[in-house]
Write a protein that binds this ligand. Structure first.
Ligand SMILES: Cc1ncc(COP(=O)(O)O)c(C=O)c1O
Length: 469
């Protein structure tokens, strides 16, 4: 007994000193690498932003709050109603609150709610709304739809096109030197959101394979479009180093939001995405396993994604990809023909048109963010912006591809630039407060350190998720 106690105390002391040594070593290394000071500074900024930054953030958040809530919502429901309103009244309210469809605001990838595919999806929602994909035996059809949807999506990205267009001008960056011991995978995009760049997946695939690490391709936006479009650069599992991909069926697959597939090269990798919870843990509910972090999942989302794939078929998706490609070419032409702005690089055939300030605009001091804001607030076109370099981009979906829509957008773009040029004196533009604020926020996003931006992001959450009665 005494011997056992002695052994135990020795083990405890070895563990204790090992922990102390490890902590001391990481502090020492952090100092050596010069990261400690940076980390302390970053944490300080996160926790206590300097007064000037805080004042600026508070001012901007107050203005965003005002933009969202106006003078408040007298009808805001802050509790469950004491007496149920009943179906008819609730549906009437849903109809009343709905924003009418507009091709201008559906700037991303959305299909027309009056389209035939939407009708198919609505019916799928009706039929499978009261289901849970977690219960395989209770809802066998949902299991079948999910398995088939995943198989079809994986098949889609298993055979990309092989031709690689030359694109010297695109803002691709050389991958940084990789420390093999600290890296488990490389992350690449096909394409990136605001710049429309398909990374050099072949090059990165070779690099990943030579280092024996993973290569994840974020193919959320491009998955369906690049698979069915012509002339796309190589991006998928045909490249040996690619180990996992994400494909959003709810983007160019035209399914309703909430349907995305993560695909792995082999079963060994896929196994890691399952989340088992052994029996007897937590709530004592026995063995529980989910394919990802999510637990209960509404089968209707899965059923409509499956229905959408079946509705279009490969020929339907090829037609959509051709339609988008033509609209994309038209949008590029409009930007190239517009004075004072340029297309950034040569965007891959991926439907993002990145617009930057041309020499003419730069001379006036007007930023591309001001152009984006002018398009957004007074003219009603949804705008996306990004930093490094500052860019205003549009995502060409079916709403933009409709006859006349891009032409109207081009007219407004020229009008917005001309308005800014006429009304800019020195570096001040006499424009609406909303527009100026939006431009400042877009600009701040590229200038403010990421930690501060994240802190702002957290503070801004309640701006939209709190009601103002
Ligand atoms: C390249 C890329 N990855 C991921 C996402 C995130 O997609 P979601 O918000 O649909 O989950 C987006 C959204 O636009 C995207 O463009």
């Amino acid at each position: 007994m005494q011997q056992q106690q002695l052994l135990l105390s020795r083990v405890q002391s070895v563990v204790f000193w090992a922990v102390v040594a490890k902590a001391a070593w990481s502090v020492y290394r952090a100092i050596l690498e010069g990261t400690l000071v940076k980390r302390v500074a970053a944490t300080a900024v996160k926790v206590v932003p300097p007064a000037a930054i805080k004042a600026l953030i508070d001012k901007e958040l107050a203005s965003v709050f005002k933009k969202i809530h106006g003078d408040g919502d007298a009808s805001a429901a802050l509790t469950v109603p004491a007496r149920g309103l009943g179906g008819r009244a609730v549906v009437a309210r849903l109809e009343e609150l709905r924003t009418p469809y507009s091709d201008k605001t559906r700037g991303g990838v959305y299909r027309d709610p009056n389209s035939e595919v939407c009708e198919t999806q609505n019916r799928a929602f009706e039929l499978y709304n009261c289901s849970n994909a977690l219960y395989t035996f209770a809802f066998p059809a949902v299991r079948k739809f999910e398995a088939e949807t995943i198989a079809a999506a994986v098949d889609m990205v298993g055979g990309g096109t092989a031709e690689s267009p030359s694109d010297e001008g695109s803002p691709r960056r050389k991958p940084p030197a990789i420390n093999r011991r600290k890296t488990v995978a490389i992350y690449a995009s096909a394409p990136t959101f605001s710049h429309g760049v398909v990374d050099d997946i072949v090059g990165l695939g070779n690099l990943a394979a030579s280092l024996g690490i993973g290569l994840r391709v974020d193919n959320c936006l491009g998955g369906v479009l690049l698979s069915f479009g012509e002339g796309a650069p190589p991006f998928d599992f045909e490249i040996p180093g690619v180990t996992s991909m994400s494909v959003d069926l709810h983007k160019y697959g035209n399914a309703s939001k909430g349907a995305s597939v993560v695909a792995f090269r082999n079963a060994r990798l896929r196994r890691r995405s399952y989340l088992p919870s052994g029996g007897g843990g937590g709530d004592g509910g026995g063995l529980y396993v989910t394919p990802t972090l999510q637990g209960s999942r509404n089968g209707a989302i899965i059923a409509q994604a499956w229905a959408t794939l079946m509705h279009y078929g490969q020929d339907g998706y090829r037609d959509v990809a051709a339609e988008i490609k033509a609209a994309f070419a038209k949008a590029l032409e409009i930007v190239r023909d517009t004075e004072d702005i340029d297309v950034l690089g040569t965007p891959d055939a991926a439907a993002i048109v990145p617009i930057v300030a041309g020499e003419g605009l730069k001379k006036t001091g007007i930023t591309i963010y001001q152009v984006a804001a002018e398009m957004e607030a007074p003219r009603g076109w949804s705008a996306f912006t990004g930093p490094n370099p500052p860019v205003y981009s549009i995502c060409v979906g079916q709403a933009r591809a409709k006859p006349g829509v891009l032409e109207a957008w081009g007219n407004d773009l020229r009008a917005a630039i001309s308005h800014l040029k006429t009304n800019t004196i020195g570096t001040t533009t006499t424009t609406t407060t909303t527009t100026a604020t939006a431009a400042i926020i877009y600009g701040a996003a590229s200038a403010v350190p990421e930690d501060v931006l994240n802190a702002v992001g957290r503070s801004s959450g309640p701006t939209s998720t709190s009601p103002l009665p």
